[in-house]
Design a protein around this ligand. Structure first.
Ligand code: IPE
Ligand code: IPE
Ligand code: MG
Length: 246
């Protein structure tokens, strides 16, 4: 039986987030340059995006570049930014065909001008698409996001737009980059690392975590199905007892 048929379509995660890791090691294992690893990683992006849309996942968020990734060698950063531009140019067709809306979170102003312009263009061209929201985390850092949120809310308190007593979780949610997204249900990380690396710290409070040894360029639709099947086996208790849920 196809793995896909084992997925219960009435119990899908509403929001899947993926830390796409292992491009460098994939290349190294094959005696290739890291840039080739990144290039092959884009195939996995396409597979995952298509598979998610086909299944009916409403929100997919991909960690493509962290604030800390700016500290990589200049040439690698340049390669990644070039790859971003070429992928956006190439994949706009896939997005339109599959009715997918593109969004981005992170400090987008830090991106090179060309990447920034291309990104905004694809976001604009796909803004009416309804089937799935694909969010790219670019120059994204969760601590930076939370810091910005604190600053914005503080300013509003100072200017009497909001009172300090009124600050609750929803106020914070509304000020995060992810203000239009539901909390993450399923967080996947490839490459065997078991850490969060400054990704969506607030938003994963009750996410199910799924770690796989598969390196990102080897990640296929089948691997996504496996993660969702595992997710569907878990009991999400949100602090309650198992008995309360049944
Ligand atoms: C993920 O792969 C891509 C980015 C972080 C941009 P890596 O480049 O981190 O690959 P490894 O971890 O070195 O194998
Ligand atoms: C996390 O991967 C960032 C992305 C996948 C874009 P890293 O490879 O940068 O994370 P660390 O440094 O191993 O924690
Ligand atoms: Mg890595």
């Amino acid at each position: 039986m196809n793995l896909k048929d084992s997925i219960h379509t009435d119990h899908l995660p509403k929001h899947i987030a993926i830390i796409m890791d292992g491009n460098g090691r994939w290349a190294k294992q094959k005696g290739l340059l890291r840039s080739i690893g990144h290039e092959n990683g884009t195939k996995s992006v396409r597979e995952t995006v298509e598979a998610s849309a086909e299944l009916g996942i409403e929100n997919l968020t991909l960690y493509a570049f962290s604030t800390e990734n700016w500290n990589r060698p200049k040439l690698e950063v340049q390669t990644l930014m070039k790859l971003l531009v070429s992928s956006l140019k190439k994949e706009i067709k896939t997005l339109q065909k599959n009715d997918i809306r593109l969004a981005a979170i992170g400090c987008l102003d830090a991106l090179p001008k060309k990447a920034h312009t291309e990104l905004l263009e694809v976001i604009d061209k796909t803004k009416h698409n309804k089937r799935m929201c694909l969010t790219l985390a670019l120059s994204y850092g969760s601590r930076e996001e939370i810091l910005n949120t604190v600053k914005e809310i503080s300013l509003k308190v100072k200017n009497n737009i909001i009172s300090a007593e009124k600050i609750d979780e929803s106020v914070i949610n509304e000020h995060l980059y992810t203000r239009n997204l539901p909390d993450v249900d399923l967080l996947i990380r490839t490459s065997g690392e078991q850490r969060i690396s400054n990704f969506l710290l607030w938003q994963i409070a009750y996410a199910e975590l799924y770690f796989t040894q598969v390196l990102w360029p080897d990640f296929t639709k089948q691997n996504l199905y496996e993660a969702i099947i595992e997710y569907q086996k878990r009991e999400r208790r949100f602090g309650k007892t198992s008995e309360q849920l049944h």
